[in-house]
Design a protein around this ligand. Structure first.
Ligand SMILES: Cc1ncc(COP(=O)(O)O)c(C=O)c1O
Length: 538
């Protein structure tokens, strides 16, 4: 195929993708400056691991690691132990593997059984955590979540799940579902107590996929990093609030002894010896260079400005949504510190506090305004209020998000984690590219979608959209059979029965599940993007 045609074919087919800037579902960076893009283009062909050939690139890699070691309060004067990875998932897997190896070495030295390792983390975990456990033969011990634990790790319940076979814990800084930070310092305190009482020394790997680039700037006094005694490693996604295009992530260990030698391979490069401990060997250098561009371009002050602005816009959206009476937030970043959950009282307290910050909306690099609000990511998770559901029992959040797609917005509507999954929430991640205008348009369109849903409900639109297609019948199969039928060679009678067959099939699709009131099963895939069963089968 000529190059021009190949290009055009792919280019045209991608027109069916959503618009990244309006993709409120993703945590990933959707925009970078032209200079960063130039750097990326100039270095597209470089493999990061060819350190002998690309020695200057390797120096930048080491510099990035040094910045992160410093940002996360690693020991002063100590060289950073870590690596660039393709995303948080790889960093989490390496952190989990290192904990498993250290546990096994210790048990072997004590002559104890090493066949049943387990790892403890909240049921709100992103799939990368469960993958780590399953891929590396570690039992996952999922701590149930509840409204009381703010839909994330319940530290006391976690403690009860730990035993001598626990290799460590994953603690999440910035729950994917609601943006709440898990309480790393409290978990460490409980583990310290456990150590004193039972002699079990349990390490923590912090999954800071989003939060490890938010907290240091927006909540610098919060201790969640290497200042916390049990934290042995931290991973993050450079492509989320690290403000770099996908795929880049980082993992850093507290000190070299927390990365067992057995995980490291030594390679000889023209006289030098290089250590490698990533899951994938080859890796694009260009996004790491773009990450370094962001580090030197923004500096600490620039990152703080971005994170504060994101939090401000997320709070504006939260307060506006709750003011409608139609929506309530499950996320709590807009509420006064220590106040959780929605009620008329907490709503008023939140909007009152927010009004105080209006005089100084985006506080620049100064994190002080954040001190009055709860910790958390610039993420708004929301649902219909109970009052609204009482007034409109047929109201359906799926209809609202589907209508929002008409205006280009991509907003997921997904069940909360196990034990709280009766509730479905919509989620908007506020990123660097958002603004007050963005929030205004979002709220306006959301109210338009809600009103349209109500207007059309008399025609049962809500019911129709919540009716899934039968599992074995995909819309593409139907389209296929229509497309493949060659009616030109058919007699009139044949044509008639052919089209009748197809119409019956469509009728079956529409009618077969009606009345069961089933919701399509939702899955969180990649940063929470949703896929329904029937999307998957198409
Ligand atoms: C808390 C958390 N951990 C891990 C991940 C996986 O990150 P990545 O896509 O960079 O592998 C995500 C992605 O959304 C996340 O939110």
């Amino acid at each position: 195929m000529p190059a021009r045609n190949a290009y055009q074919l792919i280019h045209d087919s991608l027109k069916f993708d959503g618009e990244p800037t309006l993709n409120c579902a993703t945590f990933l960076t959707t925009w970078m400056e032209p200079e960063a893009e130039k750097l990326i283009m100039e270095n597209l062909g470089k493999n990061r691991v060819d350190i002998d050939e690309y020695e200057a690139t390797e120096r930048i890699h080491r510099r990035c690691l040094a910045h992160l070691h410093d940002l996360w309060n690693g020991k002063k004067g100590q060289e950073a132990t870590g690596t660039v990875v393709v995303g948080s998932s790889e960093g989490i897997m390496l952190g989990g593997l290192a904990m498993k190896w250290r546990w096994r070495q210790r048990r072997q030295a004590e002559g104890k059984d090493t066949s049943k390792p387990n790892i403890v983390f909240g049921a709100n975990a992103q799939v990368a955590l469960e993958k780590t456990a399953r891929y590396f033969d570690i039992e996952s011990r999922l701590v149930p979540v509840s409204p009381e634990s703010h839909y994330c790790l319940d530290t006391q319940k976690a403690l009860e799940m730990i035993d001598e076979n626990t290799i460590g814990m994953f603690v999440i800084l910035g729950s994917t579902y609601t943006g709440h930070y898990e309480d790393v310092i409290e978990m460490s305190r409980l583990l310290e107590k456990l150590k004193a009482e039972k002699g079990l020394d349990i390490p923590i790997h912090v999954d800071g996929a989003s939060g490890a680039f938010v907290a240091p700037f927006a909540h610098p006094d919060l201790h969640w990093d290497f200042r916390v005694p049990h934290v042995v490693s931290i991973s993050t996604s450079g492509h989320k609030f690290g403000l770099t295009y996908p795929g880049i992530g980082w993992v850093v260990w507290r000190a070299p002894e927390y990365l067992p030698d057995g995980l490291t391979f030594e390679l000889s490069y023209l006289g030098g010896v290089e250590k490698t401990f990533t899951l994938n060997f080859s890796h694009p250098a260009c996004f790491m260079l773009a990450q370094y561009y962001q580090f030197i371009r923004f500096g600490r002050e620039g990152y703080a400005r971005v994170m504060n602005a994101c939090l401000y816009h997320a709070r504006l959206l939260s307060v506006a949504l709750e003011a409608t009476g139609v929506y309530q937030c499950i996320s709590d970043i807009h509420r006064p510190r220590g106040t959780y959950g929605y009620s008329e009282e907490t709503r008023l307290a939140a909007s009152g506090l927010f009004a105080e910050t209006l005089n100084n909306p985006c506080s620049g690099a100064d994190p002080t305004p954040n001190e009055k609000f709860n910790f958390g990511l610039p993420e708004v998770a929301f649902r219909f209020t109970d009052w609204f559901i009482e007034q409109h029992p047929k109201a359906n959040q799926d209809v609202v998000t589907t209508l929002m797609r008409v205006r280009g917005w991509i907003i997921p509507n997904y069940p909360l984690p196990p034990d709280a999954n009766r509730l479905r929430v919509m989620r908007v991640v506020i990123k660097e590219a958002s603004s007050e205008d963005f929030v205004n348009r979002l709220v306006r369109d959301l109210m338009w979608a809600t009103q349209t849903m109500l207007d059309t409900q008399s025609q049962s639109l809500g019911e129709a959209l919540s009716t899934p297609l039968p599992k074995n019948t995909s819309t593409s199969n139907l389209a296929h059979s229509i497309a493949q039928s060659n009616t030109s060679t058919m007699s009139d009678g044949q044509k008639h029965s052919h089209w009748k067959d197809i119409l019956d099939k469509i009728g079956e699709l529409k009618g077969s599940e009606r009345g069961k009131n089933q919701q399509p099963e939702m899955k969180l895939v990649d940063g929470g993007r949703r896929k329904t069963v029937y999307e998957k089968s198409c």
